[in-house]
Design a protein around this ligand. Structure first.
Ligand code: ZN
Ligand code: ZN
Length: 145
């Protein structure tokens, strides 16, 4: 996901919008879910002197099993971001910036700690294993959350 800042400058502009779809090559910290391809990234780059500011939104989908009830789950996340280039962590190289590393970092940082089929998933009964989203079981398990 390379953006050529020099080309934008040559066209007399200081900002330009972009849209990328890319196949993220990252390991997310959820054992039962994987990142689906492609990840889409859109936004605007603003050039100011020797630095550039990128603002945009990353949209990605995780697919896997619910952490609590193990049901097949697919969820799409949208993460807003803004990142600076040229100073700090992400460089400008030969007048170009590459969004891949910062976007990878943001996806990893925003990985949910629990991957749930729905926010109020009741999970499985620890006694009989019944999926409590489908109804109560016969176990006396009143302290369950
Ligand atoms: Zn669930
Ligand atoms: Zn039960």
């Amino acid at each position: 996901m390379i953006i050529d800042l020099n080309a934008i400058k040559r066209s007399g502009k200081t900002e330009e919008s972009f849209f990328f779809e890319y196949d993220a090559d990252i390991e997310i910290a959820l054992p039962d879910a994987e990142l689906l391809e492609p990840v889409s990234v859109q936004g605007t780059v603003f050039i100011a002197g020797n630095t550039a500011e990128v603002e945009g939104e990353i949209v990605y989908t995780l697919k896997g099993s619910c952490t609590r009830c193990l049901a097949d789950t697919e969820k799409t996340y949208a993460v807003e971001f803004s990142e600076s280039f040229g100073e700090g962590e992400y460089p400008i190289v030969n007048g170009k910036i590459d969004l891949t590393k910062p976007v990878d970092d943001i996806i990893i940082m925003n990985t949910p700690v629990a991957f749930l089929c729905r926010d109020d998933c009741k999970g499985l009964c620890p006694e009989c294993g019944k999926n409590l989203n489908e109804g109560e079981c016969k176990c006396n398990n009143k302290d369950g959350r």
